[in-house]
Design a protein around this ligand. Structure first.
Ligand SMILES: *Cc1c(COP(=O)(O)O)cnc(C)c1O
Length: 462
């Protein structure tokens, strides 16, 4: 059966664009957190696919009636859990074109625009963030994948024998703070570094890696005949958005000849605002850095950017050119598959380009600064009520706070807020105690959203 006719495509396409416009206008019509029970959607759908094709109108009706109730609305202004994100309209429109072109940038030749627009937007973004111009950029799906590549490049620099033999001469050791994201440890697992060889350096009272403890751990490993190879600093940790002392860590890494990877998946976007460029102080010395436009740059998932000042290490780690992919040589031609595990490459640069053009640097910086201001205001409300306490500094757009009381009381409060359907917040554990988190990052979140949440929080414990 041939594809939908152009007339059918137009009819359904217009209908969908209208649906999306209405949705983006009022996502708060839906409860932010899906009320589905595990297995409910599986049971509601047929166990086998249709033998014969059906009119797409039927699927659209089921989308509204069956699928949507099982959706948690990340584009809802009340989504304040984890790191709140949004798919902004320019990004959504770009995704439509990305799907339509269906280019696969495996090589420069297989679609020059995929490679060259990626070079251009990542150069723009690098300038906006104040990173040095010797940084090479490449887009991945997630920060987990980007950090895996960075750590593989670090291993290539320290132990090039692994690429061919699968083993390093000495045991390789990686350092991160106890507050680093789990993706770093997962990368160490995937690369055969081993969980035992990931050192989780203690953090200070403000949740920042203690540099003296880092130095001490490195010395101990050297004395034991192991080979320290990589330090990961986090700018914007997952629990509290704390900022590791990157400059001091960078000096230590440089002195010991270790690769420095900076994980700023969430916070990095804030450096677009000159007021927040300080968060990347010292990052100019990093060997690699990751940030996620799909977190705080209003880009639909997925889009994660890896910068590295040592692209030759990434290439040494992953370049493998089979005969059937060989093309001509040109000094201005880059084949991004030589720097990455995946051969295939989505045209993600197009959505970043749309977003950067539609908002401009000032537009993005203004939204980010306002969201940070909202977080400080929310923290001030919490501080003004004796029943609550703010439990971590608020450098960016996340507030960690708790009810002065038991962990159970805090979890009950969390559940009661999330059951109401207007806001979705999450929790973490700090110093062994349950803590609630309000993460502002959705483009539709306003002061009114937060005022309502604060009112519900104040009323709930009665
Ligand atoms: C969110 C986050 C990650 C993981 O991001 P993915 O893109 O989902 O892999 C890693 N590190 C930090 C600091 C994060 O905030």
């Amino acid at each position: 059966m041939p594809d939908l006719s152009p007339a059918e495509f137009r009819r359904l396409g217009h209908q969908l664009v209208d649906w999306i416009a209405t949705y983006l206008e009022h996502p708060e019509k839906y409860p932010v957190l899906a009320r589905t029970k595990p297995g409910e959607l599986v049971d509601a759908l047929p166990a086998a696919g249709p033998e014969k094709g059906e009119p797409l109108d039927l699927a659209l009706a089921d989308f509204e009636n069956v699928i949507l109730p099982a959706v948690t609305h990340w584009n809802h202004p009340g989504f304040l859990a984890y790191f709140a994100t949004s798919a902004s309209a320019p990004g959504i429109l770009a995704e439509l074109l990305i799907a339509a072109l269906n280019t696969n940038g495996i090589l420069w030749k297989t679609s020059p625009a995929v490679t060259e627009l990626e070079i251009v937007v990542l150069s723009w973004l690098r300038q906006w963030m104040g990173l040095p111009d010797d940084n090479f950029g490449i887009i991945f799906d997630t920060a987990s994948t980007a950090s895996l590549h960075a750590i593989a490049a670090a291993r290539e620099m320290a132990a090039p024998e692994v690429r061919s033999t699968g083993r390093s001469h000495r045991t390789l050791v990686l350092y991160q703070s106890e507050h680093a994201h789990s993706s770093i440890e997962k990368a160490a697992i995937a690369l055969g570094i081993g969980q035992e060889n990931v050192r989780k350096i203690p953090a200070d009272a403000d949740f920042r890696m203690k540099i003296a403890d880092l130095e001490h751990a490195i010395r101990r490993d050297l004395e034991a005949g192991r080979k320290p190879f990589c330090v990961v600093a986090t700018v914007g940790t997952t629990s509290t958005t704390s900022i590791d002392p990157v400059r001091e860590i960078a000096r230590c890494a440089q002195h010991r000849g270790l690769w420095l990877h900076v994980d700023t998946a969430y916070a990095g976007s804030a450096a677009i605002a000159p007021e927040y460029q300080y968060i990347l102080d010292g990052a100019e010395m990093a060997d690699s850095l990751v940030l996620n436009p799909h977190k705080w740059m209003f880009t639909p998932v997925d889009c994660s950017v890896l910068y590295t000042r040592r692209p030759e290490m990434l290439k040494r780690a992953f370049s493998l050119m089979p005969e059937y992919l060989r093309t001509f040589e040109d000094t201005r031609m880059v084949n991004l598959m030589e720097y990455a595990i995946p051969l295939g490459r989505r045209f993600r640069a197009l959505k970043l380009w749309f977003i950067m053009r539609a908002f401009g640097r000032e537009g993005l910086a203004a939204i980010i600064k306002d969201q940070c201001a909202m977080a400080r205001e929310f923290a001030a409300w919490v501080q003004s009520d004796d029943r609550f306490e703010v439990v971590a500094p608020v450098p960016l757009s996340v507030v960690c706070f708790r009810l002065r009381g038991s962990d159970e009381a805090n979890m009950q409060l969390l559940d009661s807020i999330n059951a109401q359907g207007e806001a979705y917040i999450s929790h973490t554990v700090l110093h062994g105690r349950v803590v609630l988190r309000v993460a502002i990052g959705n483009i539709a979140t306003t002061r009114a959203t937060l005022k309502r949440l604060w009112k519900h929080l104040q009323e709930a414990p009665e």
